[in-house]
Design a binder for this molecule. Structure first.
Ligand SMILES: Cc1cc2nc3c(=O)[nH]c(=O)nc-3n(C[C@H](O)[C@H](O)[C@H](O)COP(=O)(O)OP(=O)(O)OC[C@H]3O[C@@H](n4cnc5c(N)ncnc54)[C@H](O)[C@@H]3O)c2cc1C
Ligand code: SF4
Length: 329
């Protein structure tokens, strides 16, 4: 399938890029590694008038360690995130998440962290060729007024499938978003709108420029778990990340985030409150499984290659495995 026609720009500086975004607005999409975007362009899921490449913005491709945080530029290739010594030492689950993405030769060298986080949410009725979709009719995301997976639904519940998403959320990451008028920082969870048709809380004039992951005040135990049909080159059907600090035999802090359920990651806050202050114990695991399942039940719909019920059940399983590994249970 050929690419549609568009104007292509490759600005040399962030300033130049942001001015371009300001003048073109929603007619422009940004291209990072292109491993998600190019497929979507070929399938005519997007028909932008303008594509703006981030390739020459070298400053967005740096990782730096400051006193209290690791700062990762949005266009840092995934393999560099995985190989970065301090990142791997403090946050090993970020490396696990990156290693589980797609194929080494494509996603790891071309794909970027920003592209992984900002990839469009997926749905079995949407991520198809134009020809396939013409037989099914339109949905909220393709100009229609209904959802093909859940008729009657007022918005799109496509699946946020980035492997790094629950990890970045569980690590309390802050995201910097820039426009030509200046930049702003927001908690990672607030980047996601919860609506598949417009999944990110950024304006057409903005781009994500960097991620700031705070260094933990004590050693952090982390774990990333996912379930997919194949063990490689396959999107997660559901995934979960846990970050915990255990001091003097008690869980001081814990964050458990479930993702690949709907358009946004889900922080299991109720669970965190139940576990915090207790001694790590296998008795916690049935509660973890039940809480994750309940959270997934309200969000997962039948829009993946496996059934809704299977994904709900697996939400409990991945959350349980992730907490068990993080707490060495
Ligand atoms: C065969 C195959 C297998 C795959 N397997 C996986 C997998 O297992 N797990 C997984 O998570 N992903 C997978 N992917 C999806 C994709 O390759 C990865 O998510 C990759 O990390 C995307 O990064 P990129 O830099 O190539 O993004 P791009 O394709 O360049 O961009 C993705 C989207 O994000 C937007 N975007 C990119 N950067 C920014 C920014 N800085 N600010 C605002 N918006 C931005 C783009 O406009 C675009 O809509 C797979 C893709 C394919 C084709
Ligand atoms: S969840 Fe519904 S609205 Fe969203 S892409 Fe799938 S069919 Fe379309």
């Amino acid at each position: 399938m050929r690419l549609p026609y568009f104007d292509y720009h490759r600005p040399e500086t962030l300033d130049e890029l942001l001015k371009l975004k300001e003048s073109v607005g929603s007619a422009a999409v940004v291209l990072a590694g292109g491993t998600d975007l190019v497929v979507n362009l070929r399938n005519r899921l997007l028909s932008p008038g303008v594509v703006v490449s981030l390739a020459r913005l070298n400053k967005l491709r740096e990782i730096s360690v400051r006193d209290d945080a690791i700062i990762i530029g949005a266009t840092t290739p995934l393999n560099r995130v995985a190989e970065h010594e301090e990142t791997a030492r403090y946050f090993p689950m970020l490396r696990s998440a990156v290693e589980s993405i797609g194929a080494v030769s494509i996603q790891h060298f071309r794909g970027t962290l920003g592209g992984n986080v900002c990839s469009l949410p997926r749905c079995i009725f949407y991520n198809q060729s134009h020809f396939w979709r013409t037989g099914k009719g339109q949905c909220h995301r393709t100009g229609g007024r209904d959802c093909l997976a859940l008729p009657g639904s007022s918005s799109c519940q496509a699946i946020c499938s980035g492997d790094t998403v629950p990890v970045m959320a569980a690590l309390s990451t802050q995201v910097t978003v820039a426009a030509s008028g200046g930049s702003r920082m927001l908690p990672f969870a607030d980047l996601f709108s919860g609506k598949g048709e417009s999944p990110l809380n950024i304006t057409p004039q903005e781009i994500v420029t960097e991620f700031r992951i705070p260094l933990p005040w004590a050693p952090l135990s982390t774990s990333y778990k996912r379930i997919s049909l194949r063990s490689a080159v396959d999107f997660p059907l559901v995934n979960a990340a846990t970050a915990a600090i255990v001091e003097k035999g008690k869980v001081e802090t814990i964050r458990v985030v479930l993702s690949a359920c709907g358009p946004s990651p889900i922080a299991l806050k109720e669970l965190e409150a139940l576990i915090k202050g207790n001694e790590p114990s296998r008795d916690m695991l049935p509660i973890v499984e039940r809480t994750a399942r309940q959270a997934a039940e309200g969000v997962i719909i039948g829009n993946a290659i496996v059934s809704k019920d299977y994904r709900i059940k697996m939400a409990g399983v991945v959350a349980k495995r992730s907490v068990a590994e993080a707490l060495s249970l």
